[in-house]
Design a protein around this ligand. Structure first.
Ligand code: ADP
Length: 449
């Protein structure tokens, strides 16, 4: 096992990783920008190193600074968390060149899955069902028209290098197609420096269901069931649950087995998530994330498996300690993303936190780095806390979530807490009967009222 791990991240996820390290007796190094000097992850780590000014490209994305921090502190491995450099194949290679372990999959697997066209081809090769669409990149409007006619409108144009819901455009009819293609290409070029786009069938009312996997790259691969992340606004997840209210045990077993086999065939090493859209009983692969995800705690809550500790074990060369038979699902868990933003417009609300009261009690977990007197900087993602609630049944979980949200006080910045309190009054939420468009439609209704 590692002696010292450097955590190339900030906020709640840096704390989450630190906790896993500490339980395993591993020393931790925090890195931070000048804007994060007083952040909790810096206070809790064994050591910390300032790696640059506030802008992420000068600090959390600054590879030379991170390497220097590893060298100064003698860290033997780096955990990238999510976002920042977590899916940067080059970073993984550079670390390897310096004999530092990247806690994540191989650079090759990051690269394949980072190119969505390549990822989709790989999924097909591994026997996973995919959304019908173009074979590879779409070169011009003529080709887009031909493919769109074949699969039928509406279609979605997506950036090959896409992420975070950016570079996606829907075309409802042939008349929209050319415009949508050009917009998607120029958005993709601006956001990712790559204008390659592909086309797929736009599903009208799917759910977003993703399967958590662990592979050891030595033939061992298991799945930890699914998470339902259908509640999104602007393609960004806000509420996640495990297991999905839409699947039964045999559907779960069937897709889980398919995915675990695919991961074993790929020789994948580390934690990962295979994302699907699910409509009318069918699964369609959309992408694979080769990293720890924000919503991983709901899976931990129902399986009792510490996913970060598994990542650490796998990266240190160990084989999987659990077999598929060992994985059982107990109860139901829901995560709410508490963002420092206006709960209806989602305008960021950085600033000083005047007071915090965190909910507790049976079945309540809060992952967060905020405290009274802490200033949420304007430079980074607005996620400031995750509330994860577990119950024996989904109904118990909903009741507990209602109770926990009513206890939660964060003063000084606006948060998404009031939105979750309102959502718990909605039939769609109570019945678990929602698709990926449900939240946008709900917000639209609120705006009209
Ligand atoms: P990103 O990497 O930008 O997050 P994804 O491919 O994971 O992109 O898609 C993000 C979200 O966009 C999905 O969760 C879903 O809500 C929506 N989406 C993606 N593909 C489709 C599709 N073919 N039809 C309808 N919605 C889609």
């Amino acid at each position: 096992m590692f002696d010292k791990v450097l955590i190339a991240n900030r906020g709640e996820i840096a704390l989450r990783i630190m906790r896993a390290c500490r339980e395993l007796g591993i020393k931790t190094v925090a890195v931070h920008s000048t804007a994060d000097e007083n952040a909790m992850h810096v206070r809790l780590a064994d050591e910390s190193v300032c790696i640059g000014p506030p802008a992420a490209r000068d600090s959390y994305l600054n590879i030379p600074s991170l390497l220097a921090a590893c060298e100064i502190t003698g860290a033997d491995a780096v955990h990238p968390g999510y976002g920042f450099l977590a899916e940067n194949a080059r970073f993984a290679e550079i670390l390897a060149d310096h004999n530092i372990v990247f806690i994540g999959p191989s650079a090759e697997h990051i690269r394949i899955m980072g190119d969505k066209i390549e990822a989709k081809r790989t999924a097909v090769r591994l026997g996973l069902p995919v959304v019908p669409g173009s074979d590879g990149a779409i070169r011009d409007a003529g080709e887009a028209k031909r493919v769109a006619k074949e699969i039928g409108f509406p279609v979605l144009i997506k950036a090959a290098a896409g992420g975070g819901g950016r570079g996606m455009k829907v075309a409802r009819s042939e008349a929209d197609l050319e415009q949508a293609l050009h917009t998607a290409q120029s958005e993709a070029k601006a956001a990712f420096g790559d204008d390659a786009v592909y086309l797929e069938k736009y599903l009208d009312k799917p759910r977003h269901i993703e399967i958590q996997v662990l592979g050891d790259g030595q033939g061992g691969a298991i799945h930890l069931g699914e998470r339902d992340c259908s509640l999104q606004r602007r393609h960004q997840k806000l509420w996640e649950e495990a297991l999905s209210p839409a699947l039964n045990a045999s559907q779960r077993e069937e897709i889980g087995e398919k995915v675990a086999t695919a991961i074993a065939d790929l020789g994948y090493s580390g934690a990962g998530t295979i994302e699907f859209l699910y409509e009318n009983g069918e699964f369609f692969f959309i992408e694979m994330n080769t990293r720890l995800q924000v919503e991983h705690p709901v899976t931990e809550a129902i399986t009792g498996i510490d996913i970060v500790q598994e990542q650490l074990r796998i990266a240190s060369g160990a084989r999987l300690g659990v077999t598929q038979k060992d994985v059982t699902f107990a109860g139901h868990a829901i995560e709410c993303r508490i963002n420092a933003e206006n709960p209806l417009t989602f305008t960021p609300s950085p600033g000083r936190i005047e007071s915090v009261h965190v909910p507790g009690g049976l079945g309540v977990r809060v992952d967060s780095g905020i405290y009274a007197g802490y200033t949420v900087p304007p430079y980074y993602d607005s996620l400031i806390a995750k509330l994860i609630v577990t119950g024996k049944t989904r109904n118990e979980c909903l009741m507990r979530l209602r109770r926990a949200l009513s206890e939660y006080v964060i003063e000084g910045v606006e948060t998404t807490i009031p939105l979750f309190i309102d959502l718990l009054k909605e039939d769609g939420i109570i019945d678990g009967n929602y698709d990926i468009h449900w939240l946008e439609k709900y917000l639209e209704r609120r705006k009209q009222a």
